[in-house]
Write a protein that binds this ligand. Structure first.
Ligand SMILES: Cc1cc2nc3c(=O)[nH]c(=O)nc-3n(C[C@H](O)[C@H](O)[C@H](O)COP(=O)(O)O)c2cc1C
Length: 448
């Protein structure tokens, strides 16, 4: 029997503060004005996307004692933005990244349950652990949890939040002409949760929301992170967007589901992906080259280099070879809050990989940095990009993609206008929303 054709899931990551953003593009607008969020969200909804996605960063990152350049554009509060967007959209899911290290379950559960009510069942929570003590200083906590305990707390945090979400069944509020409004079950909302991390009890004050629980996302990449996702998440935001890396990740994570008694279709894999479109493949390749040069200017290339090397390289020539000195191992004092998942584990090994690649491909420092940071996933005419995305999904490299345009807020428009219709023609992407909740769009059951 041939494999059934999969439906593609598409989401839109508000570009905001990330390295792919081309702030110098004349079309680039504000990252904090509401109009930018509205334009972006309404474009995603016009394209029948599953959801909008917001990443999170709780402190302005620094490099060499200065604010890291893109961070100066600001990062407004997730719940405030998503609640406002709920009012100007109807069907689009609203996913917020909220960390489980520096927050408290009662507060976060209340915020997501409220968002789920306000949006009629469109809330999703990307549960991240966050990686640095630098963020923790904002909360007077510093690095209060060792990295390997962060998932332990994340699991407890989520279990506590689920206890709160489930403390109401949804049918306890009764309105009666004679008796007034009352609770059929006076215990509704009562909860108690205790483990090594939390000891909380009380009465939750938000009745059960349309989805019961928000859709749960996870984004960590380690063994711990993958297990956490296999056990507790509905979807993963990953960075493995190519065929081979995607398939490896997909097989690995879906393979972990059975030990938690879960099926393959209960966890969706949605990698981040960038794209560049042109009328023809050749034109797209040309534009992609320009975009990469804009994303990684000579000054940006040096900043990236310093993040890994953990030393001042301001005198280094971006058009020359990589530095011959090795990175400084240990606490990263040059790039605070910027220790990337990719780099911080073993900087010398990464530097050696970069050197080998630069030598083999005869790349200058800037060209190498472009290769390792500024690459686009999908480059081509709309037909080529539609074909590539569909192949990756049908070949189980993913269940869809979270697209990250390089221009805010209009960068998604050409994708929605030109690629989405082609996916719809192929019958692999919805022409209209069938349900009303994000769980409906993602094909996930509503918990009871
Ligand atoms: C694709 C991806 C996206 C992430 N996005 C965020 C984010 O927006 N905010 C945040 O605080 N942490 C984010 N994280 C960090 C994770 O929460 C986690 O702290 C980090 O990856 C270390 O865990 P790991 O070793 O399992 O990867 C992200 C991680 C990955 C892999």
């Amino acid at each position: 029997m041939s494999k059934p054709i999969k439906q593609i899931h598409l989401a839109a990551h508000f570009p905001g503060v990330n390295n792919t953003t081309v702030w110098s593009d004349p079309a680039s607008g504000s990252h904090i004005e509401f109009g930018s969020f509205v334009h972006f969200a309404q474009t995603a909804e016009r394209g029948k996307f599953d959801f909008l996605f917001l990443a999170e960063g709780l402190r302005l990152r620094e490099q060499n004692g200065l604010i890291y350049d893109l961070d100066v554009v600001g990062r407004p509060d997730t719940f405030t933005v998503l609640a406002a967007l709920a009012a100007v959209t109807d069907r689009l899911g609203l996913t917020g990244t909220i960390n489980s290290t520096f927050n408290e379950p009662y507060e976060v559960a209340r915020q997501f349950a409220s968002l789920d009510h306000l949006s009629d069942g469109r809330a999703a929570w990307n549960v991240v652990t966050s990686w640095d003590a630098f963020t923790g200083e904002n909360f007077r906590r510093g690095g209060f949890l060792a990295e390997d305990q962060r998932y332990e707390r994340a699991e407890s945090f989520l279990a506590a939040a689920h206890t709160l979400f489930d403390s109401w069944h949804g049918d306890e509020i009764v309105a009666d002409k004679d008796r007034g409004v009352f609770l059929s079950d006076p215990g509704a909302g009562k909860f108690s949760y205790r483990d090594a991390h939390f000891d909380i009890a009380g009465q939750f004050n938000v009745p059960r929301s349309p989805q019961g629980r928000p859709v749960i996302f996870q984004a960590g990449d380690s063994d711990h992170g993958r297990d956490f996702a296999a056990r507790a998440a509905d979807a993963i935001f990953s960075r493995h967007g190519t065929l081979e890396a995607g398939q490896q990740f997909y097989t690995d994570v879906k393979g972990r589901l059975a030990k938690y008694g879960r099926r393959h279709d209960q966890l969706l894999i949605l990698p981040a992906a960038t794209f560049v479109l042109g009328d023809t493949d050749a034109e797209a390749a040309e534009i992609a080259h320009e975009v990469r040069l804009a994303q990684v200017s000579p000054a940006t290339a040096i900043k990236f280099l310093e993040q890994l090397w953990n030393r001042d390289l301001s005198d280094h020539d971006p058009d020359g070879p990589l530095p011959s000195v090795d990175p400084v191992v240990g606490e990263n004092t040059i790039a605070r809050g910027r220790a990337s998942v990719r780099m911080h584990r073993d900087p010398i090994a990464v530097a050696n990989e970069w050197r080998a690649k630069a030598e083999a491909e005869k790349l200058t420092t800037r060209e190498l940095i472009i290769e390792v940071t500024g690459r686009q996933n999908f480059i081509g005419s709309p037909a080529t990009v539609a074909e590539t995305i569909n192949t990756l999904v049908q070949e189980d490299a993913s269940d869809g993609f979270i697209l990250v345009p390089h221009v805010t807020p209009s960068g998604l428009d050409p994708f929605v206008d030109k690629v989405v219709p082609l996916l719809q023609e192929r019958g692999v992407f919805r022409t209209d929303y069938e349900g009303t909740t994000l769980r409906d769009h993602l094909g996930l059951a509503t918990p009871h």
